[in-house]
Design a protein around this ligand. Structure first.
Ligand code: SAM
Ligand code: SF4
Ligand code: SF4
Length: 379
């Protein structure tokens, strides 16, 4: 893969803190000053705040917009087990990230609940603390297919809340989109199990693809109105290189809001915090706290200016943008005896030179470029 040397026993990353051109905080006062600093900032003053951790590249669904069957079919080679970061390696990396200012961890994939013994990893991550002693915000995105069996164990292990992906309430539409004939009813049972286990607030992600499920947007909103479950409608994105994305397939969030507003009036709500990805709308007839939806407009309204997310792939590469074409290998450092300081220096250095702004500069041509697959680094 190009990141390792062939010198036995020693793995040399091609990109190091040094080749990244001496991050200011390191050159100013050594690593302790990085860790002591309140936050690691990139050149646009965006803070390293969230870490998304992909725990498997495998999935039991073949959503047409994410893992189309013609690419991710029986012959597709998923990562071998020894390529995956172990729970100890993931936890060590998350701990170092927390020392650099990360406060939120989201487990994802592939389908994260397929990773064996996932509650054990959650238990380990739930022990981590920020430099001021707070537990990290720990959540997970799932297709919901295993929640009936797993929700309670995940909660007991320390998971705080959960996001479940569900692309339509129309069974035929949903079965066609997941492309493994998985029924809506089973995801709904998973959501109920998550609510019963206390993994709240439960959020539902619906990717909206024009001509495929856009006619079921209002039904989705209606189904969850007043239940405490917040539905977030996501614009279909040109992630990866296999989903055949075209701008014409994107239903802009403003059209989603307009369609729901026409049936049940909506009122805009302030974000919970700066950099919140979903734009919030509440139901006018429900009063404050009486139910809301969110829209995630990654295509029509870029939110790069506040993007605070790093992504750790299943095999230990860090991507500072969802639309990147390459990541920086940390697995080598996690396995070659490098110290926590070495790893912190590389991560801080990487962030400090980050200039990512893909959604601000997307064109029909950039959409065709080769990018990392969503199922490999998670959403
Ligand atoms: N398998 C889990 C799931 O589906 O929730 C977690 C991984 S999945 C890659 C994370 C999120 O990315 C899901 O909500 C999924 O719908 C979303 N997603 C995948 N491909 C997408 C695309 N092309 N555009 C927008 N969202 C996408
Ligand atoms: Fe699997 Fe999630 Fe991708 Fe669907 S969106 S194929 S459930 S990883
Ligand atoms: Fe962040 Fe990249 Fe998405 Fe912009 S395009 S919001 S930099 S992940």
């Amino acid at each position: 893969m190009g990141e390792r040397s062939n010198v036995p026993g020693k793995v040399i990353p091609l990109v190091t803190a040094r080749t990244l051109n001496a991050p200011q905080a390191l050159s100013a006062g050594g690593l302790s000053s990085v860790r002591a600093a309140a936050a690691v900032l990139d050149p646009r003053q965006r803070r390293l705040h969230d870490l998304r951790i992909s725990v498997t590249d495998k999935c039991n669904f073949r959503c047409t917009y994410c893992m189309p069957k013609d690419v991710f079919g029986p012959g597709y080679k998923f990562l071998p087990h020894d390529a995956l970061l172990s729970f100890e390696e993931i936890t060590r990396f998350a701990k170092i990230s927390a020392e650099l200012g990360v406060e939120k961890l989201r487990l994802t994939g592939g389908e994260p609940t397929l990773r064996r013994n996932l509650p054990t990893l959650i238990g380990m991550l739930s022990q981590l603390r920020t430099p001021t002693g707070k537990p990290l915000d720990l959540t997970l995105t799932t297709n919901g297919s295993t929640l009936v069996k797993q929700a309670k164990a995940l909660k007991d292990a320390g998971l705080q809340r959960i996001t479940v992906s569900l692309d339509s309430m129309d069974d035929a539409v949903f079965r066609a989109m997941n492309d493994v004939d998985f029924p809506v009813a089973d995801v709904l049972r998973g959501i109920d199990a998550a609510l019963a286990a206390g993994l709240t607030p439960v959020k539902v992600n619906m990717v909206v693809k024009r001509g495929v499920n856009d006619h079921t947007v209002v039904e989705m909103a209606k189904h969850f109105k007043g239940t405490g479950v917040v539905v977030r409608f996501i614009e279909f994105m040109d992630v990866g290189a296999t989903n055949g994305w075209r701008m014409d397939d994107v239903m802009p969030s403003r059209d989603v809001v307009a369609a729901i507003h026409a049936v049940t009036p909506l009122v805009a709500v302030d974000p919970h915090y700066v950099g919140e990805v979903a734009e919030r709308w509440r139901y006018a007839d429900a009063g404050h706290g009486g139910g809301e939806i969110g829209v995630i407009s990654s295509v029509t309204q870029a939110f790069c200016s506040t993007c605070s997310r790093a992504r750790l792939s299943t095999d230990g590469k860090i991507y500072t943008c969802l639309f990147a074409d390459h990541g920086v290998d940390f697995r080598a450092l996690l396995r070659d005896g490098s110290t926590d300081d070495d790893i912190a220096a590389l991560l801080a250095g990487l962030w400090q030179v980050r200039t990512d702004r893909y959604s601000e500069i997307r064109t029909a041509d950039t959409a065709k470029l080769r990018k990392v697959e969503m199922s490999y680094i998670g959403g």
